[in-house]
Structure formats: structure tokens, C-alpha cells
Design a protein around this ligand. Structure first.
Ligand code: NAG
Ligand code: NAG
Ligand code: NAG
Ligand code: NAG
Ligand code: NAG
Ligand code: NAG
Ligand code: NAG
Ligand code: NAG
Ligand code: NAG
Length: 285
């Protein structure tokens, strides 16, 4: 059978587009949980800024400092574009790179002509701006997410969570210029275990990192203590806690009280559990 050239070309084009779409389509597991575009600063199509943004973000995935922190800038003067990406401290290299690559595609689609944007998913965050990002530490702009389920004993839950977050903050802040991340767990009320992690971008000093996390925690605690899970995502630091294991390993394993069975779990890094069924997150800007 002879396929007419035009049909052949059409078939070829259709399958090429299909193929292309399957390749470039971002992986759903890296969809943002929350993101923000700054609508006060737009760029125009085909502008120098857009070209610089493209250059900056194309280079970003190859700037891994070694442990999941990326930074890339290009352009000059008012057309300077800065970008950073940060993978959660326990995420492996492969997943980290995929997450950053997908986040770039996603954020450019979600904020199609904004000079400044940021997006967060469970495994990484991406941020770009015409402003300087490294070393800056804006203390506002936390994106709070919380699980609508309440704990049974708010006061006892807070009494367990607070010192854990304090210890994790100290450990993360003391990290080096490649990684400022810490995760761990503690015994909560009613035989529960509270899991938490905290992270700063590693360009922050120890002091700036602690300040950022303390601010993140107090901002959250004012309104949302008593929830079974929550996070506060700031531009340069974030924390998360849950009553299930949501991360791999424990860089900072905190053992259970002596009365409970030996914590065979806490150092051996058991598999990550699924989220609690029937729960949902609410995001507050
Ligand atoms: C930027 O663009 C958005 C829509 O893309 C528009 O709603 C907004 O008003 C623009 N902002 C400025 C400052 O022009
Ligand atoms: C970023 O862009 C906005 C809007 O175009 C502008 O007002 C602001 O001055 C720029 N910031 C820097 C640091 O260039
Ligand atoms: C942007 O550039 C592309 C390709 O160079 C062109 O097809 C398009 O018309 C341009 N868009 C605008 C708004 O200038
Ligand atoms: C930059 O532009 C090129 C050519 O249009 C495109 O292939 C590439 O995917 C863009 N990069 C990003 C990060 O959008
Ligand atoms: C956690 O570890 C498992 C098993 O090693 C691996 O399949 C998974 O990708 C890891 N998750 C992250 C977030 O790195
Ligand atoms: C991420 O994108 C870069 C180029 O932008 C590419 O070199 C790299 O292979 C990609 N990584 C993964 C894990 O797909
Ligand atoms: C949690 O507690 C708050 C305040 O006490 C209440 O308004 C809310 O309905 C409770 N949520 C659920 C899911 O029970
Ligand atoms: C926090 O650290 C202190 C000192 O190392 C330790 O005694 C305490 O058990 C830790 N508490 C939690 C909840 O991690
Ligand atoms: C950011 O990138 C520049 C240029 O590649 C590099 O010299 C610098 O060390 C990086 N900064 C951090 C904090 O990773």
C-alpha cells in the first residue's frame, strides 16, 4: 500500500507532537502544592528579560552545588534574572534533578509573563526574580499549609512538637554551606509519633537560618497549632511536620522514651508512609 505523502506527513506530525508532549509533559508527582506569581512585575514577550529568564533557567539544572542547591543568574542591570532551586535534604540526586527540571516547566507555564515567581512541591522548590536572591532573607511571604484535622490534645501536642522543632532548627542552622537540613521525630500524645523536617537555603548564615526558621514556626503557631500536619514555606527556609513518616531516613533521629518498645525504626529508615486518608491541606497566603 502506498501512503500519500501528505497523509504520511500528517501522521508523522501528529505522532511527533504526541511524542513531544509525552516527553516534555511534567511529571505529576512534581506538581506544585502551592506557587505564587508576582503580578506587580510583568515582562513583555520577546523582551531581553524573557531571553535572560530562559538562559538562566536553562542553566539552572546544571548548577547543583552537590547536595541539592542550585543557583543561576544572567543578564545585566534591569534585565538581570536570578534563580535558585532547593531540593528537600533527603531527596536523591535523580529525583532532585527531575523535580527541578519539571518545576521550571511548570512555573513558566503558571506564571507566563511574571518576572518573579516561586513554586513548591514535596521534593523541591524553585524561585526566580529580578531581585537578588542569595543572602537575602525576606521574613514575610510565608505560604502556610495545614491539615484540617485537629489533634486530640492541642497543648500536649505542642509541648512535644516545639522542642523537636527547636532541636531540628539548631541542627539545620549548624549545617555547612552545602546543606542546611534536618529531620527527626518525637513521641507525641496518645502513642502518636510526630515527624518533622526543617530546611534553609544553604547560603544563609547559621544565625539567619535560625532566625528564618524561628520566624516560620512562630508565624505558623500563632494561628495553626493543634493541626495534625502543617508547613510554612518561606522564600529561604521552610518546615513541615506530620504524624506519619513522610521523609526518608533521619539525619536527626530522636529516640522514644525508655518505656516504649525499642525504636528499631528510628535509625533504620523504614519506608515512607502514605498521607493520612481523608485529609486535605488548606493554603493561606
Ligand atoms: C501583569 O499581568 C497580569 C496578567 O497576566 C495582569 O493581571 C496584571 O495587572 C499585570 N500587572 C501589571 C503591573 O501590569
Ligand atoms: C524588578 O522589576 C520591577 C517591575 O518591573 C521593578 O519595579 C523593580 O525595580 C525591579 N527590581 C530590580 C531589583 O531590578
Ligand atoms: C516573538 O518572537 C517570535 C519568534 O521570533 C515571533 O513569531 C512572535 O511574533 C514574537 N511575538 C511578539 C509578541 O513579538
Ligand atoms: C529556552 O528557549 C528554547 C528555545 O525556544 C527552548 O527550547 C527551551 O526549552 C527554553 N528553556 C526554558 C528553560 O524554558
Ligand atoms: C526514598 O527511598 C526509596 C527507597 O530507597 C526511594 O525509592 C525513594 O525515591 C526515596 N524518596 C525520596 C524522596 O528520595
Ligand atoms: C534536566 O535538564 C537538563 C537541561 O536543562 C538536562 O541536561 C538534564 O539531563 C535533565 N535532568 C533530568 C534528570 O532529566
Ligand atoms: C478543628 O478545630 C477548630 C477550632 O476548634 C474547628 O473550628 C474545626 O471545625 C475543627 N476541624 C475539624 C476538621 O474538626
Ligand atoms: C532536644 O535536644 C535535647 C538536648 O540534646 C534533648 O535532651 C531532647 O530530648 C531533645 N528533644 C526533642 C523533642 O528532640
Ligand atoms: C552561586 O553561583 C555562583 C556562580 O556559579 C557560585 O560562584 C556561587 O558559589 C553560588 N553560590 C552558592 C551559595 O551556591
Amino acid at each position: 500500500m502506498i501512503i500519500p505523502v501528505r497523509t504520511f506527513l500528517l501522521l508523522f506530525t501528529v505522532s511527533f507532537i504526541y511524542l513531544n508532549n509525552t516527553i516534555t509533559r511534567a511529571d505529576q508527582q512534581f506538581d506544585f502544592i502551592t506557587y505564587r506569581c508576582n503580578y506587580d512585575a510583568n515582562y513583555t514577550r520577546n523582551s531581553t528579560y524573557q531571553r535572560n529568564l530562559n538562559t538562566t533557567l536553562s542553566a539552572l539544572p546544571s548548577t547543583n552545588s552537590g547536595l541539592g542547591f542550585f543557583n543561576s543568574s544572567s543578564g545585566q542591570g534591569i534585565d538581570t534574572v536570578n534563580s535558585i532551586a532547593l531540593c528537600r535534604g533527603d531527596v536523591n540526586l535523580d529525583m532532585c534533578e527531575n523535580c527541578v527540571n519539571d518545576s521550571i516547566v511548570n512555573l513558566l507555564q503558571l506564571c507566563p509573563n511574571q518576572k518573579e515567581a516561586r513554586g513548591y512541591n514535596d521534593y523541591c522548590m524553585l524561585r526566580y526574580s529580578n531581585k537578588t536572591l542569595l543572602g537575602s532573607n525576606p521574613s514575610q511571604d510565608g505560604l502556610i499549609l495545614y491539615n484540617i484535622q485537629n489533634v486530640t490534645n492541642k497543648d500536649r501536642f505542642s509541648e512535644a512538637l516545639r522542642p523537636l522543632l527547636g532541636n531540628l532548627t539548631a541542627a539545620a542552622a549548624a549545617g555547612d554551606s552545602l546543606r542546611k537540613f534536618s529531620s527527626g521525630n518525637t513521641r507525641g500524645p496518645d502513642f502518636s509519633t510526630i515527624y518533622s523536617l526543617v530546611q534553609c537555603t544553604p547560603d544563609l548564615s547559621e544565625l539567619k537560618c535560625s532566625e528564618c526558621l524561628e520566624n516560620a514556626v512562630s508565624m505558623y503557631a500563632v494561628e495553626y497549632s493543634g493541626k495534625v500536619g502543617g508547613r510554612n514555606l518561606l522564600p529561604m527556609c521552610n518546615f513541615r511536620y506530620e504524624i506519619y513518616r513522610f521523609f526518608n531516613g533521619s539525619t536527626f533521629a530522636i529516640t522514644s522514651p525508655p518505656s516504649s518498645p525499642p525504636p528499631t525504626n528510628s535509625r533504620a529508615s523504614p519506608p515512607v508512609s502514605s498521607p493520612l486518608p481523608g485529609t486535605k491541606y488548606i493554603c493561606i497566603y
